[in-house]
Design a binder for this molecule. Structure first.
Ligand code: M6R
Length: 601
């Protein structure tokens, strides 16, 4: 969940590393640091805090050297502090390491190294790594062999970048589960945890796979199996993302930019080729039981998929939170498991797919990141084309996942005999959604800003919805709690009376999501229920509805097909979360304690 960058070439490494770290800050931001190597001497600057603040204090860019590594941290072992920040050196000052992941057996290794006279200064698991490599180098092995011997001894999941004062023309990268990519330049090479960090310099990348290492020189990289040392022949892949795609583009925050990109993202996703849908259709229809596994926002998209597949294609699937899959599901040769993950690196989802595979199930994935780890766990690979999502909170990738699953549901409905006229009507209505999303953005923003001012000091917010409104309120509540830090709870409106109603009192804000359809009348009943207890009700509802008469604040959304409503109804909720966060003086792009890809279980 931390971010790693590396550079080797002719240019000054530090400014390149600093820029890369800023682009990776969504992966962790409790501390940051850079190490460069010049004339066989290390220069290390690091501290606790956000990169921009540390840079103001330490001035990273002035560090000398044409090779270096950098790190932005999301603490696991050891509190955020200057001493625990990466890079970490060995106690002889000959090696520097940055690390993403967890070393499970670090305590045992630390004890062993201490007995051999090695000294430690931090509370991290990472510090054993440079010392262990040093231990092997001092026994006469070269850098590459020492790294391999050390990695043999490490248990856990990790990505490493290593430089040595004894071999200054080499940067070594190791991947065991945590992601790493090598960026291929002309006479210079880059290393990063994620693609956006290198896009400014190159769009040619090599994705390191589990159990691989890269021995990187300015002229190129040799990829080897870490265990055997055998060379793996790999070509670089050209990615279609551009550097501008990973910039703020005039918006105050990435969150706002990504919310505004949604109409375009929906439009792009609607272009998924039929051949790809057919692949996934075969995968699902050939199974006796289907699970959609995912976490967080991707799980909410999976829930929308569950409703749409049932209603449109008469296909029963279970949406399961990945970390619960092992406990609550059984898979066998007749099971199909579709993992949904924006990053393609979420440890819980990867594990669920692995368990499914081991039980004989077939697996597929829907991800936004080309060649991410999930693609290697899946028999069928499908992509959302939302472009890079930089903000820690998922917005545009949610609508991309939902659009994909809706399109798939319509395709399956056709496959399962729905009449041509009904299919044509559904497709036509789906094609109207990008404009409807654009209209929501154009119309509601000023109103939402006022609401944000009014409600930004709330202690609790409750969100209610029925049917397809239920996954919408779950996702809306997640957005609110992630960035505003206000306790927000989304639930099926029908569940209120079974307990939560006791918490509704005078002026408690309740957001009611009321898509068109049969459940509307019952939703109005639930609105009256909370109003009778003194709640202030904000409704997100069809513009032509009479829901308006029953509520305190009304946010109108253009009419759409009931099942397609998550695509437009989520937008006012995302904007409300964003503006309330700004109102509270917090950073919506970098919520406390969260990281973009959660690569630990
Ligand atoms: O990359 P993934 O889609 O697998 O990530 C899953 C969750 O970690 C992610 O959706 C998380 O809940 C976001 N912070 C939501 O905004």
């Amino acid at each position: 969940m931390c971010g790693i960058v590396g550079y080797i070439g002719k240019r000054d490494a530090a400014p390149i590393l600093l820029d890369g770290l800023k682009r990776l800050e969504y992966r962790g931001y409790d501390s940051a640091g850079i190490a460069t190597l010049s004339k066989k001497k290390f220069h290390i600057k690091k501290d606790k805090g956000k990169i921009a603040d540390i840079d103001r204090k330490l001035d990273f860019a002035r560090m000398p050297g044409n090779v270096g590594v950098g790190h932005t941290r999301w603490a696991t072992h050891g509190a955020p502090s200057k001493i625990n920040a990466h890079p970490h050196a060995d106690c002889h000052g000959k090696l520097v390491v940055v690390h993403n992941g967890i070393i499970e057996n670090y305590a045992k290794l630390k004890k062993f190294l201490k007995q051999k006279g090695y000294r430690f200064i931090s509370n991290t698991d990472t510090e054993v790594i440079p010392n262990l490599i040093s231990y092997f180098m001092r026994r006469g092995k070269n850098l590459e062999k020492s790294v391999r011997s050390a990695v043999e001894k490490l248990k856990g999941s990790f990505a490493l970048a290593i430089i040595s004062a004894d071999e200054p023309d080499t940067l070594i990268a190791v991947r065991k589960e945590s992601p790493l990519i090598v960026g291929v330049g002309k006479g210079e090479m880059f290393l990063a945890s994620d693609i956006p960090a290198v896009l400014k310099h190159t769009n040619r990348i090599i994705v390191l796979e589990n159990g691989e290492m890269a021995i990187i020189k300015p002229s190129g990289a040799v990829i080897k199996k870490t265990k055997s040392g055998g060379v793996v022949r790999k070509r670089s892949t050209k990615v279609t993302w551009t550097a501008e795609m990973a910039e703020k583009g005039g918006f105050a925050h990435f969150t706002l930019k990504e919310i505004h990109q949604q109409p375009e993202v929906i439009k792009n996703t609607l272009r998924v080729p039929r051949a790809e849908l057919e692949k996934l259709a075969k995968f699902l229809l050939g199974a006796e039981r289907v699970y959609l596994v995912a976490c967080g926002t991707s799980y909410h998209a999976a829930l929308v998929g569950k409703y749409a597949l049932a209603k449109l294609a008469n296909l029963s699937v279970e949406a399961v939170i990945s970390s619960e899959f092992q406990e609550s599901c059984r898979a066998n040769g007749k099971t199909a498991v579709l993992g949904i993950s924006q990053s393609g690196e979420t440890a819980d989802t990867l594990k669920a797919l692995r368990i499914a595979k081991e039980s004989g199930a077939r697996t597929a994935c829907l991800t936004n990141v080309v060649e991410s780890s999930i693609t290697r766990e899946s028999d069928v690979v499908c992509y959302t084309h939302a472009g890079p999502e930089v903000s820690v909170v998922a917005t545009k990738t949610f609508v991309a996942q939902v659009t994909y699953l809706l399109l798939l549901s319509v395709y399956l409905a056709e496959r399962r005999g729905m009449s041509k006229s009904k299919i044509c009507k559904l497709i036509a209505r789906l094609n109207e959604v990008p404009d409807a999303a654009r209209a929501v953005l154009a119309r509601v923003e000023p109103h939402i800003r006022k609401l944000a001012k009014k409600y930004s000091n709330s202690q609790h917010i409750y969100l209610i919805g029925r049917g397809i409104g239920y996954p919408i309120v779950l996702e809306a509540a997640l957005k609110l709690k992630e960035i505003t830090y206000i306790h927000s709870e989304g639930m099926p409106a029908g569940e209120l009376k079974h307990g939560t109603l006791a918490l509704i009192e005078r002026d408690t804000p309740v957001i009611a999501v009321v898509p068109p359809g049969a459940s509307q009348v019952r939703m109005v009943g639930n609105i009256e229920e909370v109003k009778a207890r003194g709640a202030t009700v904000i409704a997100i509802a069809d513009e032509s509805d009479d829901v308006k008469e029953h509520v305190d604040e009304f946010i109108p959304v253009p009419s759409t097909e009931e099942l397609f409503s998550p695509l437009t109804y989520i937008i006012p909720a995302q904007l409300l979360a964003y503006y309330m966060t700004v109102e509270r003086g917090q950073d919506p792009d970098r919520p406390r304690s969260l990281a973009k890809s959660v690569t630990v279980e």
